[in-house]
Design a binder for this molecule. Structure first.
Ligand code: ADP
Length: 327
C-alpha cells in the first residue's frame, strides 16, 4: 500500500451520460458520450486546483469503463481504487430533450457496475491515506453500493477521517421520496462536512423556510461545516460561530451541471491548501475558502458540460482578481 497521502478520496457513481447532439443525416438523434457522476466531477474539480485526489468506484471492464478511467487519470485523479467489473456493465444514462428544450432521462442502471460495488470491491486502506473521505447518496439508492457507502462512512469515522457528504438527491433513482429521506437521514449523523442545496435542506428537514431548515440541520447534527448552495443566489456557509452569506459570482449561466460538485471540490481544495481543519480557520480564512468555492461554482455554470466545464487554477485566480477589483 502506498504511503503517499491524498487530500480527498471520493467514493461514488461513475457513468456515461449520453447527451443529445443533433440529428444524423438519416434523421436519427445523435448522442455524445460524456463522463458523468457527481463524486467524479468533485474529484476532478479539486484535482484541477492542485489537490491530490483519489476515486473509489466500479465500472464495467468495457469500452465505456475504460474511457471513464482515462478521464479520471487525464484530470489528475488517482484511479487505482477504481474496480473494472467483468460481470457488470458500466451504468449509462441518456438525456432526451423535447421540443421545448426540457430534459428527461432514461437510466440503464439496474445491475450497473457502480450500483454493484460491494464491500469486497473496496479497499478500506484508502482511508489510511486520505485526509477527507467524500461520498453522496446516489450510490445509496439501490444495490450493494448502499451498504458499502454506509460502511465506508462508518470506517472513515472510526479511523478519524472526516466525512464530507453531498446528498445530491436524484429522486428518479429512488422508489419514493420517503425512502430518500429515510436513507439520507441515516447518513447525516455520519458526516462532518455537508453540502446541500437550498431545496435539499428544506426537503430533508420538512421545514418550509430555508432559515428554519438550516437552523434545524445545524442544531441536530453539529457538522464541522454546513455549506448551502443556492444556484444563481450564491451560497451560505456555517462553521461553529462563523457564518457566510455570499451572492453568486456574476456569470452568464449556460449549464449548471456540476456547479454543486465543483463548489464542493473547490471548497475542499482550498481547505486543504490552508493546512488547517475547519475549526482552526479564522473568519477571514473561512470567508476566502467559500469565496473560492463560489467562484468555481459560477465558472462551471458559465460553460456547457460537466468535467470539461471545470475551471483551472489559473482561471480561478484570474476570476478572483477581477472580482476583487470590482468590489
Ligand atoms: P447543485 O448543483 O448542487 O444544486 P447549485 O445549483 O446551488 O448546486 O450551484 C452550486 C454553486 O454554483 C452555487 O452556490 C453558486 O456558487 C454556483 N452557481 C450555480 N448556478 C449559478 C449561476 N446561475 N450563476 C452564478 N453562480 C452559480
Amino acid at each position: 500500500m502506498p504511503v503517499e497521502k491524498f487530500g480527498v478520496a471520493a467514493l461514488g457513481e461513475l457513468l456515461i451520460d449520453f447527451t443529445p447532439l443533433g440529428i444524423s443525416p438519416n434523421g436519427n438523434p445523435i448522442f455524445e458520450r460524456n463522463p458523468g457522476g457527481g463524486p467524479a466531477n468533485m474529484a476532478c474539480a479539486a484535482a484541477r486546483l492542485g489537490a491530490k485526489t483519489a476515486f473509489v468506484g466500479k465500472v464495467g471492464a468495457d469500452n465505456f469503463g475504460r474511457a471513464l478511467r482515462e478521464t479520471l487519470e487525464k484530470n489528475g485523479v488517482d484511479a487505482r481504487w477504481l474496480r473494472m467489473s467483468q460481470e457488470c456493465p458500466t451504468t449509462l444514462a441518456f438525456v432526451h430533450l423535447d421540443e421545448k428544450g426540457d430534459r428527461s432521462f432514461s437510466f440503464y442502471r439496474h445491475g450497473g457496475a457502480d450500483t454493484m460495488i460491494g464491500w469486497d470491491d473496496v479497499d478500506p486502506a484508502v482511508l489510511d491515506c486520505c485526509q477527507y473521505f467524500f461520498c453522496s447518496s446516489v450510490l445509496m439508492a439501490e444495490g450493494p453500493s448502499r451498504e458499502t457507502s454506509f460502511r465506508m462512512m462508518e470506517t472513515a469515522r472510526e479511523r478519524g477521517v472526516p466525512v464530507v457528504f453531498d446528498p445530491n438527491l436524484r429522486f428518479n433513482l429512488w422508489s419514493s421520496p420517503e425512502e430518500v429521506r429515510r436513507v439520507v437521514l441515516r447518513a447525516l449523523p455520519l458526516a462532518d462536512i455537508v453540502k446541500v442545496s437550498g431545496e435539499e435542506a428544506v426537503f430533508l428537514t420538512g421545514e418550509e423556510k430555508l432559515e428554519d431548515a438550516v437552523g434545524k440541520l445545524r442544531r441536530e447534527y453539529r457538522f464541522q461545516a454546513l455549506l448551502v448552495t443556492l444556484g444563481a443566489e450564491g451560497c451560505r456557509a456555517y462553521a461553529g460561530d462563523l457564518k457566510v452569506a455570499m451572492p453568486a459570482h456574476p456569470v452568464e449561466a449556460v449549464d449548471t451541471t456540476a456547479a454543486g460538485d465543483s463548489f464542493t471540490g473547490g471548497f475542499l481544495a482550498a481547505l486543504l491548501e490552508s493546512g488547517k481543519t475547519v475549526s482552526e480557520l479564522t473568519r477571514e480564512e473561512f470567508w476566502e475558502i467559500i469565496r473560492t468555492a463560489n467562484i468555481i461554482g459560477g465558472l462551471t455554470a458559465s460553460r456547457k458540460g460537466s468535467i470539461s466545464a471545470l475551471p483551472t487554477r489559473q482561471e480561478v485566480e484570474a476570476a478572483k482578481k477581477r472580482s476583487l477589483s470590482l468590489e
